[in-house]
Design a protein around this ligand. Sequence first.
Ligand SMILES: Cc1cc2nc3c(=O)[nH]c(=O)nc-3n(C[C@H](O)[C@H](O)[C@H](O)COP(=O)(O)O)c2cc1C
Length: 166
Amino acid sequence: MVLVAYASKHGSTTEVGRRIAAALIENGVDAKALPVNDVVDIASYDAVVIGSSVYFGRWMREAVALVERNRAQLACRPIWLFSVGPLGDQARAEPAEVESLATSLDAIEHRLLAGALDLHKLSFPERVIVKGVKAPTGDFRDWKEIDSWAATIAHHMKESTVRGAI
Ligand SMILES: Cc1cc2nc3c(=O)[nH]c(=O)nc-3n(C[C@H](O)[C@H](O)[C@H](O)COP(=O)(O)O)c2cc1C
């Protein structure tokens, strides 16, 4: 069973996390999507996909906290990381902590995925900031890319199961 743990403020990363889990299942790998704060026991999962939306160049605090409180369990499992952020033709910058997280967890891969911005969902201060930097609004998530990434994770899981069985 693969755990897809996600941190999302306004819901777009929740949908990405759920889509990854659904695509894993479609590809024959059992998976469960959970918000990072609802994850209680990593030990019962064979692999973990951890993702966060990006705010001000960083992962959400609770996503980093999930990693910090489960380092021992994560160290002995295949790990994939994803970040949901860049909008439209915005520069695609990796969130600050991802490189060190990926290295310290020996993650197989980190994917930076395009995000979505709906002005109606933002708080007033967020709206002011977003307008100030003229951030593109709309849904830029690439579901094809997300599905095909999930398929490569499923492939890896099936290969390692076969290798483990020999
Ligand atoms: C106030 C604010 C700051 C943001 N900062 C960044 C950023 O630094 N880098 C980035 O790639 N995206 C940034 N974004 C875009 C969000 O990451 C994107 O909208 C994402 O899909 C939000 O995910 P969520 O709906 O799961 O919270 C920002 C959005 C807002 C509203």
